[in-house]
Design a protein around this ligand. Sequence first.
Ligand code: GLP
Length: 242
Amino acid sequence: MTIRVFENPVEAAAAVAHRLIDAIRAKPSLTLGLPAGRTPIPAYAELRRLNRQGAISLAGTRTFNLDEFVGLRADDPRSFRHFMEANLFEGTDLPPASIEFLDGAAHDLDAECRRYEAAIAGAGGIDLQLVGIGINGHIGFNEPGDRLMADTHRVDLRPETRLANIEQFGGRLAAVPHQALTMGMGTILRAKAIVLVATGESKAEVIARAVREPLTTHLPASFLQTHRSVELYLDRAAAAGF
Ligand code: GLP
């Protein structure tokens, strides 16, 4: 595991954007795994800025997002799909056909999870998986509990996770879905490389635990210790727990 610490969230974001850009330059047909969440927003802004300037093309890449809320259609402004359009995809040269997403409004959610897992395998797997981390140690929506699921699956969201996502639901907890679809921990760990970005003091404790503590399903991020290519991009505040 490589740990890189930056002075502030802006510098961490710029470094993440350049990490992605370097990977795309090395392999223009890169398959990327991407998270929603507040943390990657500045990195996405930088990537989009450089794409619009013509410094890097996303035309040959393919993206798979980590997760989506159950019950939300792609065009729902509260969906992660909508979030990704607004914060990254829109205005770039990434072809819409190359954007892969879980459909939280699918009629058969289990079939949707199987379709997604097969699509990832069909793409040859994920080359570079960018992830954030929840304050409870979740990766994607792989929540802490007595067990972890390997493949893409439907999950019951924990109360603290629903609370952390309240903003995009107008601050109304009752409006936050109780379930989501997420890549499994195995799906994520099958990526060739994993880049985790975390900023702010609220992530300091969970980052330190994820790196230091023994593996446990009660801290899904601890499973990143088993992967041979994990890079942590932290700001000073998120690294304060070491
Ligand atoms: C969300 C997402 C994760 C994300 C995490 C942290 O609920 N499911 O993919 O990494 O929680 O989000 P944030 O970056 O807003 O702290």
